[in-house]
Each structure stands twice: as C-alpha cells, then as structure tokens.
Write a protein that binds this ligand. Structure first.
Ligand code: PHB
Ligand code: FE
Length: 323
C-alpha cells in the first residue's frame, strides 16, 4: 500500500467533505454519506445530478429528496439536511437524523463537492445520451457545467436588460429531438410609448434550444407568479416534496409522474400527462417524473413566502381544486 500524501484525497482521487456532523465520501461508483447514528450509499451519478439541482435552485421549494433517504428541506434562510426523515422505516425505528444549517455556507460546501466530484465530460444537467460518464477515478473537471447559472428572468425572457432569448448566435442550438419545432417569432406592434411594455416570444422555439434537462427556469414574472418552463428527458433526478401547490402544463410529448405522500413516501397516484394536459400537484405530495422522449413542461410556481406556513398549519387545503 502506498502512503497517501494528502489525507483529504482518497485512492480514487476524490476529496472527502464535512458538513456539520455529515461526512461525504465518493469512490469510483458510489457516494457514501455518514452521520452520527447511520450511513447511506447511493450511485455517484444519481447523487451528482440531484446535488447539481439543489445547488442551482438554492434548495428549491420545500424538500429535495436525492433518493428515499437523503435530502434537504428548505426553510428559506436555513436548510435542514436530513437522512431518513421522510422515510417511515427510518422514522419509526428512530434512525432518522436532521441537522439545520444556514443556507449559504451549506450551499458553499455542496458547490465544492459538486466541483471536485464531477469528472471531465460529465454534465449533471444533461440527458443521459448527451453526456459522458460520472463514474471512474477522478478525471479532470467540468467547471463550465457545474457553475451554470439558472435562467431567472426579472420580468420576461427577451425584454431589454433581462435574460436573453436563445439562438445559434449565442450558442443555443436546436436540440436533436426538437428539430421539427418552428423557429419563427411573433410580430410585436406596440402603441407608441408602450414599446418597453409589450413583449412576446416563441416559447416553443426557446425551449427547443435548451441545453439542459429537468431545470425549470424562470421565464416570466408577475408578482409571485413565476412561469418556469423546462425541457425533460429521462428522469427527474430528485424526488421533489412540495411545500405549496405546483401547476404543470404539459406543452409537448408526455411525462409519467409517480406521486407519493410527501412525509411517508406511500404511493398515492400515477399521472400520465400528454401534450395539453394540466395538473395541480397538491402541497402535501412528493413526485418524480419520467419523460420517455425530450418533452416541454411548464411548471407554474407561486413564490409567495407565506404559503409554506399556510399549508403546514392547514389554513389552506393541499389541493386547490375539488372535482
Ligand atoms: C418539480 O419538482 O416540480 C419539478 C422539478 C424539476 C422539473 C420539473 C418539475 O424539471
Ligand atoms: Fe415539484
């Protein structure tokens, strides 16, 4: 056995990280997480794809389950990093563990893990057939991919001083699975004096040029109403636990959703959404989507910070509509 000169780098070439009482270790295939009363192992690609989103989304809305055991619960300023807290087996045996952190330093550790553990050629945001492998001993890095900023319009994509539209010129090429999407743009005829207030763009063309999957980006904002369209292919790499209602509008192709109780994981429904279908995902569920072909989905979020408390205290019922 050779003596290691840097105790923080293991024989696979990866650094070990600590966040509070959690220790994160990666080898060629797996990520191992340890905490005071337990440990867990998950595949490195699954972990990195979930971590990428947790970092880019700043812990998102509510709960980001990396898998059935490990994840984060956003309290908007602080974040709970948990193991087994939303898994009945762990909870009923007293094996669950949660630690609360200030969001910014916790995110900084997550960013450092993502940067060290992502190999050259692996893009955690890309569809499986559009990226290299996450596995093997440490091999370079992919800083450009892991530092990608999430699109977040202040008003609307394409207006002056806001997030730009996509085109060949700025490097966003039409995806292979959206080659048939018409690329024309609407004509805008604003009344004199309203030129800066009236705007329109071809959302299908915009989405056909997305280089990432399962990454809702804020494309238009009206107060707390956020339109977050996204392109999906293969599987949502997290199991999202809602802390508010989310509306989905399937814009093209189809997605199969597995829906379970947010707190226990008990199965609740399976929803197959086809182009044109609309769903209101309740505030008390977790869900994971599967998209057999690249598809377009509009996620409509309500960013009102009062909502999690209103649902938690049952002042609002979890489903916004009864049939
Ligand atoms: C969700 O959890 O609601 C979600 C997350 C990412 C997506 C789509 C939906 O791309
Ligand atoms: Fe969700």
């Amino acid at each position: 056995m050779t003596e290691k000169t840097d105790m923080h780098v293991n024989e696979a070439g990866y650094r070990t990280f600590k966040l509070g009482n959690y220790i994160f270790i990666r080898d060629e295939y797996f990520v191992h997480i340890k905490w005071p009363n337990g440990s867990h192992t998950l595949p490195a690609d699954r972990f990195l794809k979930a971590l990428m989103r947790d970092v880019a989304w700043n812990f998102f809305y509510g709960i980001v389950n990396f898998d059935e055991v490990f994840g984060t619960a956003n309290h908007y300023g602080t974040v709970n990093v948990f193991a087994g807290s939303f898994n009945v087996g762990y909870r009923s045996n007293g094996k669950d563990y949660t630690e609360t952190f200030e969001s910014a330093p916790a995110r900084a550790i997550f960013e450092a893990i993502l940067e060290d553990w992502t190999n050259e050629g692996f893009d955690p945001f890309a569809a499986p057939t559009e990226t290299g492998s996450a596995f093997g001993p440490k091999r370079g890095s992919n800083t450009v991919a892991v530092k990608r900023q999430r699109v977040s319009a202040r008003r609307m994509a394409g207006v002056a001083d806001d997030t730009p539209l996509r085109g060949d010129a700025n490097g966003y090429l039409v995806n292979r699975q959206f080659a048939d999407v018409v690329q024309d743009e609407p004509e805008i005829h604003a009344e004199q004096g309203f030129e800066g207030e009236v705007h329109a763009f071809n959302l299908f063309a915009y989405l056909s040029r997305s280089d990432v999957t399962w990454n809702p980006s804020v494309c238009s904002v009206v107060k707390d109403s956020l339109f977050c369209p996204t392109t999906e292919e293969y599987m949502l790499p997290v199991i999202h636990g809602n802390d508010r209602v989310e509306w989905f509008i399937q814009l093209s192709d189809e997605i199969h959703w597995q829906i379970a109780d947010r707190d226990t994981g008990a199965a609740r429904a399976r929803v197959v959404m086809k182009a044109g279908d609309v769903a209101a995902m309740p505030a008390d569920i977790r869900h994971q989507g599967m998209s057999p072909k690249r598809s377009m989905l509009l996620v409509w979020e309500n960013a009102d910070p009062a909502l999690p408390e209103l649902y938690a205290s049952k002042k609002l019922k979890p489903n916004p509509i009864d049939f």
